[in-house]
Ligand binder design. Structure first.
Ligand code: 5AD
Ligand code: SF4
Length: 463
């Protein structure tokens, strides 16, 4: 990072000179696709841009620097990013000085870098997930050499500490505890685009969380592709349960969430630590993917449905109030009607509060994409609809008993879709709508639930 800070200073000088001459500061726009890890990376991109003397803006047309942070998890995510990049062509025509950069998971794949090279000539540079911290150097070199740059991936994926961050407004913050994934689920591109697992030290995470709490953040989500294997890669003598127990000692009124957990590594010790914790939310996101053992095996998930359910039962035994959510995928290659029905049965047995549901999307370079028996799109869509219908009924059943109960909600402010109501989230991340006041934003409130439906709760603040 030291080298990067030198570049930051040089670009800042140039940007300040520009501001003096033109009476307006240069602006930067960051567009983010994908998961929270990408959101967290974008906070670093915005933080570095700010340190370089750019003002962050919400409109691409006002920017001198545009960074598109892409996702590769499904074809649809890549297509969306490519279409947005396509829309920026006319901005470059209007302002040839505009710098357009593309980063993130999509462009950590060689075939997509080539596509950008040949089909999107107005993109100035591309950098992969291991090179986020090199943004200042890339801007500097782009200006100096006046040619397009393709940042090679770092030979080793490192943990870069000390990158400035510009966090989103609000009382919630994300903190990465580890990067990368070693699991190689057969459908998933993540291990190829985010490299091997590496964990930040307990001290670095503690310092960041403590600072956030002191600044007034109320909800901290610890991030990693598989937080349950935290520390293993680095040979630490503490694991994820030890990490959260340590963070839980920080004084204050706040909540700790984490995601995502791989079921094969979710330990009883972790559940016990959550149950005993003072600030650890009783919310467990535990992706099941499928209820069929043969599909789970083909997915290389390394657990059976029964082993999965043992974990769910243990969570419920230790924390009867726990909210359990999951990721479910339909249409994995070779998934038979019977396999799919096993997934529906699994939903009825597990009774998740909510699921994120996905239609399998073949990813180039992953083993599952090579499997012969790909499921036709119409079959996948029909299964997806049945999956949603089954889960929606369960979600409603899980929410209904909350009617009449008073629960703690962290208020996020006025609802985006209807500014006359306020929204917030429960400890289990359920969305709640209520009448509030602007001074409630960022505070924990007690809300009595008057009505519960499939996707949301509606209530009144208890004063
Ligand atoms: N197709 C569809 N869904 C996928 N996911 C990961 N890879 C794919 C893919 N190729 C889903 C998994 C994972 C979630 C983050 O995204 O369910 O848990
Ligand atoms: Fe992908 Fe599996 Fe790693 Fe999750 S655990 S990021 S699904 S390979």
């Amino acid at each position: 990072m030291e080298k990067q800070f030198e570049y930051i200073e040089k670009i800042k000088e140039d940007n300040l000179r520009y501001a003096e001459q033109n009476g307006a500061r240069r602006r930067a726009f960051v567009m983010t696709f994908g998961c929270q890890q990408n959101e967290a990376d974008s906070e670093k991109i915005a933080g570095m841009a700010e340190a370089m003397g750019y003002d962050i803006c919400e409109e691409p047309s006002a920017a001198s620097l545009i960074v598109v942070n892409t996702c590769a998890i499904r074809e649809h995510a890549e297509q969306k990013a490519l279409s947005v990049i396509g829309q920026y062509k006319h901005l470059k025509n209007k302002d040839p000085e505009l710098i357009i950069a593309v980063c993130g998971c999509m462009v950590t794949q060689e075939h997509r870098v080539n596509e950008i090279k040949f089909s999107y000539p107005y993109v100035d540079f591309v950098f992969g997930t291991s090179s986020i911290h090199r943004l200042p150097e890339l801007i500097f070199e782009k200006k100096r050499l006046s040619k397009r740059l393709y940042c090679p991936e770092e030979a080793e994926y490192l943990v870069a500490e000390g990158i400035p961050m510009k966090r989103k407004a609000g009382a919630r913050a994300w903190v990465s505890v580890m990067y990368g994934c070693n699991n190689f689920c057969s459908y998933c591109i993540v291990p190829y685009v985010r490299g091997r697992e590496r964990s930040r030290t307990r001290e670095a995470v503690y310092a960041e969380v403590k600072e956030l709490i002191e600044k007034g953040y109320k909800d901290i989500t610890l991030l990693g592709q598989n937080v349950n294997s935290y520390g293993k890669d680095s040979g630490y003598d503490y694991d994820f349960a030890d990490l959260i127990a340590y963070l839980d000692t920080i004084e204050g009124d706040y909540m700790l969430h984490f995601m995502t957990s791989h079921p094969k590594d979710a330990t009883k010790k972790l559940v016990d630590t959550m149950a005993e914790g003072k600030h650890i939310a009783h919310h467990f996101h535990l992706p099941m993917q499928s209820g069929s053992n043969s599909v789970l095996k083909e997915m290389n998930r390394r657990y059976t449905f029964d082993a999965y359910m043992e974990k769910v039962d243990y969570i419920r035994e230790k924390m009867p109030d726990a909210v359990i959510t999951s990721d479910i995928m339909v249409g994995f290659p070779g998934e038979s009607e019977e396999d799919f029905e096993d997934t529906l049965k699994a939903l009825r047995r597990a009774r998740f509060d909510m699921i994120y549901s996905f239609i399998y999307s073949p990813r180039k370079g992953t083993p599952a994409a090579e499997l012969e028996e790909q499921i036709p799109e119409n079959v996948k869509s029909a299964r997806f609809e049945r999956l949603l219908a089954t889960q929606n009924a369960i979600s409603l059943e899980m929410n209904k008993p909350l009617e009449g109960k008073t629960i703690r909600v962290l208020c996020d402010g006025r609802s985006k879709n209807n500014s006359s109501v306020f929204s917030g989230r429960t400890e289990g991340n359920k969305i709640v709508f209520f009448d509030g006041e602007d001074t409630d934003t960022g505070k924990f409130l007690n809300v009595t639930i008057e009505r519960a439906d499939t996707f949301a709760l509606y209530g009144k603040i208890v004063k």
